[in-house]
Design a protein around this ligand. Sequence first.
Ligand code: C2E
Ligand code: MG
Ligand code: MG
Length: 705
Amino acid sequence: MIRRSLRSLLLVEDNPGDARLLREMLSEGGAHKMGMTHVESMSEAERQLGQASFDMVMLDLGLPDAHGLEAVRRARAAAPRVPLVVLTGLDDESLATEALQEGAQDYLIKAQIETRGLLRALHYAIERKAMEEALFAVKERAQVTLNCIGDAVVCTDIAGNITFVNLVAEKMTGWPAEEALGRPMAEVFRILDAVTRQTTPNPMDMAVVQNQTVHQPSNCVLIRRDEFETPIEDSVAPIHDREGKATGAVIVFRDVSAARAMAQEMTHSAQHDFLTGLPNRMLLNDRVDQAITLSARNTKKVAVLFLDLDGFKHINDSLGHPIGDKLLQSIAKRLVSCVRGSDTVSRQGGDEFVVLLSEMAQQEDAAISALRILDAVSQTHPIDQHDLHLTASIGVSVSPDDGMDAETLIKNADTAMYQAKENGRQSYQFFKPAMNVRAVERQSIEESLRRALERKEFALHYQPKVKLATGEITGAEALIRWTHPTRGLVSPAQFIPVAEDCGLILPMGRWVIREACKQARAWIDAGLPLYTMAVNISSMEFRDDNFLESVFTTLSETGLDPKSLELELTESVLMKRAESAASVLRTLRTRGVQIAVDDFGTGYSSLSYLRKFPIDALKIDQSFVRQITSAPDDTTIVTAVIGMGRSLKLRVVAEGVETREELEFLRAHQCEEAQGYYFSQPVPPSQFGILLKSGIPESAVIVHR
Ligand code: C2E
Ligand code: MG
Ligand code: MG
């Protein structure tokens, strides 16, 4: 019956009779193989326990050198991990109970001992001790684990009083375990809703009532004992007894300030522009919508100012992106300083900004803000070693008239901004519904333009240039024609600006040069008298890096003599970045290509500049030619241009000649060449071929004196 684990027993008993009796009982119970050491005093016992290891100690509580509880304590101190069974006299039962509390596993009343009882007691004592040890190990492991994990853990009993806090929980609540234990949960674990600042319902109660794990709302803050706040995330689970009845709860929580800060930062960067830190398009849309809703209630107005910088691209390209970036940051600061704190300045991307003016009393306030902004932007921006100057164009839309939602309002402000740009820089423009019609029109032109080339909707018409002295055709000007599948013929004045804006002018221009060169070569090969083929070149084409290469490739591929090609450029194209324009012109000139200044007199060219350019011809704009008939007393410009052309040794071509009167005036003033409906409209190639063969009818050119 006695366990094999009981192999050595220390009996501490000063009464020889009792000792003998016990020994006999043990041997009778089959424990004769067990080693038993018998000592008669506590000091002797302590010596033995210090030297050898025992599986069990039986201790009489009436020793000569230690009595009662003192004996128990000394025995426990000498061998804390060895099971202890105490022996008492009959009248010592209360002492025996105390002994159990001190750590003895069992007690035997000497007068009542009999063999079976003794053996059972020893057996249980060993088991109980083993269980105690195991339990201790489990508890210890749990304790160490709970103190090692990064989460805070607090346990309560069913009444909600704290029964356990781990180290992290101590730190986060500010309550040391010894002070926290036994206190009501709500006192130690104080949590608020971060937004409403209301106390959240006690999670322990919820867990116990619902009898399941519950989580706190995600925006909880824990208030530490010193009032410091930590955002937390937690879960609470009920603890059950064997019957499944809740006996308390355990709450696990962790500091989520880093995660929440990260989440906040992510939200911030999703809603702000990285370069300027201003709200981005997304956040602006929200704010505009909010402002509109609010304004409907308080009968105020909301304005959106769409701002685009004039010439920013030029600064960015010439001085480099780092300076461009700093300039945008500087603009951002100026814009913010121009508006109230309740207004929003946002960057849409590139050099576009949108300002939201909320709660405006009247529309004029938006105009005042726009002027203030235009002024602030135009002040010098000192960036690195540069003093940068630039202007802006602003489009303004106002709710409710121009839109009841962010998208419409911003789109309309954008449309108005385009109008402002067209009106001249450094200006603002209020949106008008008519602008939209134009914008829609433009949009639809752009869409069909994109398909026009591949669908072969373009054609070239040719208009002759006539030598006034002889009436012979000196050349042709190629003019593009677009037959839109549904609109029919669309004028170049309508679609060329759109093609310039969206970049389609480049492939289109290449097509025009190739087609014109091919046609000129064909006429020359057919033996027809064509000296030059003039092609119009727009600003963007001329500035394109591949322009020269493309012209020369086309010439060599079509086999047209470069001297037969004349490029028509307007004054403004030449004046913009005059130095680089001059160098491109020189390259063309060395190869023999001729250059004409188109629409001369309408731009702002200065004569001194004009001298620098290798130019062959000036084309007098038709508005001046018209003056010959409409304001015959004021023909100074025409005569001045003719004179100037002659002194610069340039050919002078009068454009748009419609009447015999104009023709005669021009001839009288020694203008060399002319072009216009009077001689011929621009015509398709087949008709132009006939013109080349037969010449301009004599009646049209011979002046009757
Ligand atoms: P532009 O180069 O000054 O061309 C002269 C314009 O005046 C042409 O208009 C022509 O048809 C018109 N015209 C000619 N004689 C008379 C006349 O006696 N009276 C009146 N009222 N008009 C006359 P179009 O063809 O509509 O072209 C307009 C402008 O579009 C051109 O002005 C030119 O700047 C541009 N353009 C035309 N074709 C092309 C092209 O292939 N490429 C580029 N980049 N621009 C082109
Ligand atoms: Mg022209
Ligand atoms: Mg012209």
